[in-house]
Design a protein around this ligand. Sequence first.
Ligand SMILES: NC(=O)c1ccc[n+]([C@@H]2O[C@H](COP(=O)([O-])OP(=O)(O)OC[C@H]3O[C@@H](n4cnc5c(N)ncnc54)[C@H](O)[C@@H]3O)[C@@H](O)[C@H]2O)c1
Length: 388
Amino acid sequence: MSVVGVVMNGVTGRMGYRQHLLRSVLAINGDGGVRLSGGRRVMLRPVLVGRDAGKVGELAGRHGIEEHTTDLGAALEDERNLVYFDAQVTSARAAAVHQAIAAGKHVYVEKPVAGTLDDALALARAATTAGVRNGVVQDKLFLPGVLKLRRLADAGFFGRVLSVRGEFGYWVFEGDWQSAQRPSWNYRAADGGGIVLDMFPHWHYVLENLFGRVEAVTARAVTHVGERVDERGEPYKADADDAAYGIFELAGGVVAQINSSWAVRVHRDELVEFQVDGTHGSAVAGLHTCRFQHRAATPRPVWDPEEPTRVRFRDQWQEVPDNTVFPNGFRAQWELFLRHVLEDAPFPHDFAAGARGVQLAELGLLSSAEGRRVPVPRLDLPAPDGEG
Ligand SMILES: NC(=O)c1ccc[n+]([C@@H]2O[C@H](COP(=O)([O-])OP(=O)(O)OC[C@H]3O[C@@H](n4cnc5c(N)ncnc54)[C@H](O)[C@@H]3O)[C@@H](O)[C@H]2O)c1
């Protein structure tokens, strides 16, 4: 049984702690390590890095983790550590990941890869030049609802896909009378906040992987709630966008329209839902479920303002069955990345893919600022090591 050191930075944060440390790295170890194709198991030795020795030490102690430090450089120098993982606030990511690449570590990071396209491209190029494996979290692709949607698409269920409509959001409390359920940096532009930079990278990989390349974007980003109260109870000016209304034109003429908002109240079955309409059928996918209606089962609705509707439209849809047990999506992607590092398994979620997501966010903000439709050019990136 071999052991691989994984330097984890940002584990005191929401994502770093719950999804990546607890539900991925420690859960993998709890099940005997990551399983490679020949059946060999590899255990992970997390090395926690943080700015506050007390916080990171307490967290390590709580989970029986031996190694923790505030010195990223020292953790990266240790040759037993093969992988660097980053779930810090977005604005702190690029510098730390460059440091890890320079130390020869394979790098896996939360999205967005970086706060700007220039920074994301520089990271993608540095990783390729150094020949290190690189990956970005694309967790929504591993959601049961989205996997079921993909099952329908792969089966040719939709015929020709016409349009995609996405609705994402929920009310994030302002922090005055009820505490906010997201960190305050999300609402400050100078700290790398904003819903476009947060969510457009997600929409990019979902659209690109399921329906085709994003060729143009038209977006309107706004700040609906301009004042909030932070973690210390201090009021602050919320100057980052907290809602974005976007139209994405995809290869093949598919039109996707996605609303993203932290200032909307939920009247949906799930916090995110995508409706896909095709010539042969339609589907509505959420985090967990996916419902579909085939053209042969499509009722004939009749518009009648005189009579209250008695038809229960939702009852006219069928549910895609689970047919399998879906693992935690973050963990599933960790296992893919580790197999990519340890036995060269394929891993399409690389920094180049991450950079395309950041590009869409940047062009979405440009579209909003200038009030126009913006084409999305292909990025000029070198092929990964060993390809092309
Ligand atoms: N994949 C997803 O669905 C998803 C969801 C939410 C957030 N994220 C991403 O994960 C990253 C972290 O988000 P989060 O919600 O966990 O944030 P968070 O505020 O809860 O955690 C941030 C972490 O970064 C550390 N940090 C380092 N430098 C910092 C600085 N200068 N200021 C503040 N904190 C600093 C903090 O100590 C903490 O460990 C972001 O890049 C975000 O885009 C991804």
